[in-house]
Write a protein that binds this ligand. Structure first.
Ligand code: DAH
Length: 362
């Protein structure tokens, strides 16, 4: 190869490097010049046929070409890399002046919100959620809960009866979530720790009663479960739910057929100026508000559920979800819950993405 041919080869290769306008094209140039079958490599192989000084000279000249081309490739690669980076940065910029995303249009109903809040609190305590049917049979809604036929408690429930099949007791719309206690006992073994939120029905309607409403039931059964557990669980729940750490909680003797002993639970409140507020306002006779029923599960109920009452004992409680929603969020009339008025929902509804949790807050 003559000196001028070497110069020509270098000029041609450098021109190709300069013309490569992306990394793939540049790599192709590199392979065609410096690769195993590349043009410089081919010339190198031919050196063996020369002798003495001529070989030395040609070898040095080719090495210079090789270095020059290699340097050109390295610097072209750096240029192309930075062009690629610039393009990516331009493409991925965040425009911090853009307006925030709009709030989702819909709202969560307070009943859904409060149900989620209860699940978050009881979930933290180790409860799982249990379910039962809205249309119940007489056995689960009454008899198995120690409310036999002709028991006066049946009258108090203002029951909606459905049409029965020849001679069988009429099915009912469940009047409370307590039948889920029985269904859970039937299908699982102790230890049991469940809550059961859901719809309930009674033929009743005024500012604080609607024919359909919601309750949440809790049931705990184990060999050593006692009333201290019941009290601790309920006190912790009330204080967490209303977010008032010193909320007074009082247990008042009462009667339910399915528990023995039975207690109604009152929380502290103030009625000053005709306005009801939940909180610690001292222990005055008028500063209590009933919010739930509770008790130690009656041995007969355990037996109806198929659980050995000589070995196991438990506690249960139940409350109205709509009612505690009204109390917590200051909603005066229960009937408005079910009017499906979009203005009401916008006012009292919750942002669906703000999921209640004990870690992030209810
Ligand atoms: N089922 C009762 C009602 O609807 C509420 C209740 C009271 C549930 C005491 C319980 C309980 O589990 O132990 O009025």
């Amino acid at each position: 190869m003559t000196a001028s041919e070497v110069t020509e080869l270098q000029a041609a290769l450098l021109a190709e490097v300069a013309a490569a306008d992306n990394l793939d094209a540049l790599e192709a140039v590199r392979v065609s010049a410096l690769g195993k079958k590349g043009r410089i490599t081919a010339q190198m192989k031919g050196l063996g046929q020369l002798d003495g000084d001529a070989r030395k000279e040609a070898g040095q000249a080719l090495n210079r070409v090789k270095d020059a081309v290699q340097d050109a490739i390295t610097s072209r690669q750096a240029d192309l890399d930075s062009v690629a980076l610039e393009a990516r940065l331009a493409h991925e910029t965040v425009d911090v002046t853009l307006p925030p995303r709009p709030r989702p249009g819909g709202h969560l109903h307070p009943v859904s919100q409060v149900t989620e809040e209860c699940i978050a609190i009881f979930g933290e305590m180790g409860f799982t959620v249990a379910e039962g049917p809205d249309i119940e049979d007489d056995f689960h809604n009454f008899t198995a809960l120690n409310i036999p036929p002709e028991h006066p408690a049946r009258q108090m429930h203002d029951t909606f009866y459905l049409e029965g099949k020849d001679g069988a007791p009429q099915p009912v719309l469940r009047t409370h979530t307590s039948p889920v206690q029985i269904r859970t006992m039937e299908t699982s073994k102790p230890p049991i720790r469940v809550i059961a939120p859901g719809r309930t029905y009674r033929s009743d309607s005024d500012a604080t009663h609607t024919p359909m409403f919601h309750q949440i039931e809790a049931l705990v059964i184990d060999e050593t479960t006692h009333m201290g557990h019941l009290k601790g669980c309920i006190i912790d729940f009330c204080r967490a739910f209303f977010d008032i750490p010193d909320l007074p909680v009082r247990f008042r003797p009462s009667h339910f057929p399915f528990t023995e002993p039975s207690m109604e639970v009152d929380i502290g409140c103030s009625r000053e100026g005709g306005e009801l507020r939940i909180g610690n306002f001292g222990e005055g006779a008028d500063n209590w508000l009933e919010i739930m029923g509770s008790g130690m599960v009656h041995p007969k109920v355990l037996e109806y559920g198929g659980i050995d009452s000589t070995k196991y004992q438990g506690f249960a409680f139940g409350m109205g979800i709509d009612r505690i929603a009204m109390l917590k969020y200051g909603i005066p009339d229960l009937r408005t819950f079910f009017d499906a008025d979009i203005r009401w929902l916008k006012h009292y509804g919750f942002v669906p993405l703000a999921v209640p949790s004990m870690v992030r807050g209810l």
